[in-house]
Design a protein around this ligand. Structure first.
Ligand code: LMR
Length: 394
């Protein structure tokens, strides 16, 4: 049986991690996978997580299973964090999932069950695992225009033109904030135009929000998601706590499905619990419990928010430093977009050959589409990257 297997396509981001590890150079710079690192190159355990873990060790009296959907208190805490009070809680079905990817996978399976003919629309470009999972599940997908390679900003006219092809019942996947891989995001006016269009067509928005708090702040980063959730009758939201709580390996995510006001919530909740049972049974609890403890405790929550702000401001400062260095070294303002992008990533607009040159000549590792992880930099490596970008002729 096993000899019948054929090799599967390698994930470009994970492949790059491997290549970086194997590079013997000591001055190499890893701008690949989306993991936050501080100026020392460390991905720290956040203070509030440490404190919650200590407390949990003291008070936790059992490791018996939670419910299939996870702890309802976790769902309530994340609902408030992401949606505030924009949607009546009685309309929201929610399940804890193994990370944001687990939520995306469950959302796609839910779509396939409810609407097997639906096309899922993805931004061009998007996180490579979106099309990869859809392909694996044998689902229909299409792309909508998003990024303008010349301005390195959203080409909103082209986006709306291509969303003209969306049909009733199709699903349109939007990045809630901090677009991965480009770093270019919709304004609130643009969110509103997208919401109006999807509502008019009868399409279902699905929002992938994995970087809340990394862009303009916890509230601002959720504004587009809230706008959609308030106005559309059905919405899917796949969220991750990997980045904003720094608990990557704990696999802590959630899928929320906002059901129409016609009482479809219980059926949706039951289906989501069923999907959890089929795919992995009970969801992981440790990360979800820490997140719940932090969000429910005023002191822990305040400390978490303060540290998240430090992380966010650190990335903004690196963006500004890189844009300034590039302005000086290229004698032009063509890299100013780096300071305007938000989140962990920016797409530089370099060719694959230029990306390869920077890897070979300078030991700088970025994804082949020229996505850089801003958090992989520090104030010493920014000038090296800036010089490498200019030398490569980007
Ligand atoms: C990324 O885009 O680098 C992250 O979301 C990590 C991953 O799993 O790809």
């Amino acid at each position: 049986m096993l000899t019948n297997l054929t090799p599967q396509p390698a994930d470009k981001i994970l492949q790059l991690m491997q290549a970086y590890r194997e590079d013997p150079r000591t001055d190499k710079v890893d701008l690949g996978v989306g993991v936050y690192r501080n100026a020392e190159g460390v991905t720290p355990v956040m203070r509030a997580i440490k404190a919650a873990e200590k407390k949990l060790w003291e008070v936790e009296s059992t490791k018996a299973y939670t419910g299939l959907a996870g702890d309802p208190a976790y769902a309530a805490a994340l609902r408030k964090l992401i949606l505030g009070d924009t949607v009546d809680a009685g309309r929201i079905a929610a399940v804890a999932t193994p990370g944001g990817t687990g939520a995306i996978r469950q959302a796609f399976e839910l779509i396939r069950m409810a609407s097997p003919e639906a096309t899922v629309w993805l931004s061009a470009p998007t996180w490579p695992n979106h099309p990869s999972i859809l392909k694996y599940l044998g689902m229909r997908m299409a792309e909508y225009s998003y990024f303008d390679d010349a301005t390195r900003d959203v080409d909103f006219g082209a986006m709306m033109d291509s969303l003209g092809g969306v049909r009733k019942g199709d699903v349109v996947l939007l990045h809630g904030c901090c677009h991965n891989p480009t770093g270019a995001n919709l304004t609130l006016e643009q969110w509103q135009a997208v919401a109006d269009h999807l509502k008019a067509v009868g399409a279902i928005p699905m929002i992938d929000i994995a970087y809340q708090g990394f862009g303009d702040g916890l509230e601002a980063d959720a504004a587009g998601t809230r706008l959609i959730a308030k106005q559309l009758p059905e919405v899917l939201i796949a969220a991750s706590c990997s980045k904003n709580f720094g608990i990557y390996r704990e696999r802590t995510g959630i899928l929320m499905a906002i059901a129409p006001e016609t009482g479809a919530q219980p059926l949706t909740q039951g289906t989501l619990a069923y999907l959890n049972r089929q795919n992995f049974s009970f969801p992981p609890d440790h990360g979800a419990r820490l997140v719940t403890m932090i969000l429910e405790d005023d002191a822990l929550r305040a400390d978490w928010m303060a540290e998240l702000e430090e992380v966010r401001n650190g990335m903004l400062a690196l963006r500004q430093q890189l844009a300034d260095e590039l302005r000086q070294r290229s004698n032009s303002d063509r890299f100013d977009f780096i300071a305007n992008h938000r989140g962990m990533f920016s797409r530089l607009g370099a060719t694959p050959e230029q990306v390869e040159t920077m890897r070979k000549e300078n030991g700088i590792y970025m994804v082949g589409d020229s996505r850089i992880n801003i958090a992989g930099l520090n104030s010493e490596t920014v000038p090296l990257l800036a010089q490498a970008i200019v030398d490569a002729g980007v």
